[in-house]
Write a protein that binds this ligand. Structure first.
Ligand SMILES: Nc1ncnc2c1ncn2[C@@H]1O[C@H](COP(=O)(O)OP(=O)(O)OP(=O)(O)O)[C@@H](O)[C@H]1O
Length: 233
């Protein structure tokens, strides 16, 4: 099993506020990994460090065995990390098609605009619409499509189904299952344990800026009530 991303001893915060106190996580190629935790525990902060959007005060991040600690976002993207950010952040004044192409990184036999429309037919029907004209679910599909068009080796989704209608959530979960079957490595930030248990291979639970529990699918199944206590479920 190849380690795609390795995070060790990661510390970070905002000004004087310390948020991460030494995160250790490793992401295996071809697997779906999940980062769980209650609100405010540091999940998004971990992702922001990983993407080069926030500078860590200590620790190391390596991607494909290469030290990427402190690397800027464009270098992290080039190294193969694609983010579907919390809140989607699509470009409201660009069309669906322009949103998809804005940050695309074409590779041979990789993701194309047509392949995104095959996967999300609703986006194909709306390709000339502007970002601001889309529903929440369509915006989320667009954010996923846009990240796929960078042809990432690790796709990171921060709360991808948050606030969406049940049918759209179901569509997104089945799409993630399909991406997994195609061999894509995925990191999910999510709290929907039933849905996660269907596709996730590894779990990391963050509590007050540290990994308080981690395990594989079998550990998760047998220790789920322990995990739920942390999540206050
Ligand atoms: N830009 C910022 N400036 C100052 N503090 C911040 C900033 N962003 C986040 N924080 C604080 O850092 C802590 C961790 O936030 P983070 O967004 O990483 O949490 P999270 O686990 O992703 O939770 P959520 O599910 O609410 O997004 C919180 O206490 C939050 O208030």
């Amino acid at each position: 099993m190849t380690t795609l991303v390795d995070i060790s001893g990661l510390k970070a915060g905002y000004g004087n506020t310390k948020v991460l106190f030494g995160i250790d996580m490793d992401i295996t190629a071809g697997q779906v990994s999940t980062l769980m935790g209650r609100n405010g525990m540091g999940k998004t902060t971990t992702v922001r460090c990983l993407m080069g959007l926030l500078k860590a005060s200590a620790g190391k991040i390596s991607i494909n065995g290469k030290d990427m600690t402190g690397a800027p976002p464009y270098a992290v993207a080039r190294a193969g990390l694609g983010l579907v950010p919390e809140g989607r952040r699509i470009f409201p004044s660009l069309s669906v098609s322009e949103n998809l192409r804005a940050t695309a990184r074409p590779v041979a036999e990789g993701w194309t605009e047509a392949r995104v429309y095959d996967t999300f037919p609703r986006l194909g029907q709306r390709k000339k619409n502007f970002g601001f004209q889309l529903s929440g679910g369509e915006q989320q599909m667009l954010a996923i499509g846009r990240a796929l068009m960078t042809n990432p080796s690790l796709l990171i989704l921060d709360e991808a189904t948050e606030g969406l209608a049940p049918l759209i959530r179901e569509e997104i979960w089945s799409m993630l299952g399909m991406l997994k079957r195609q061999g894509l490595t995925i990191l999910l930030i999510d709290k929907n344990l039933d849905e996660l248990s269907r596709i996730s291979d590894r779990y990391f639970l963050i509590e007050k800026g540290e990994i308080a529990w981690k395990g594989d699918a079998a550990d998760f199944a047998s220790q789920r009530s322990h995990v739920e206590q942390f999540l206050h479920l």
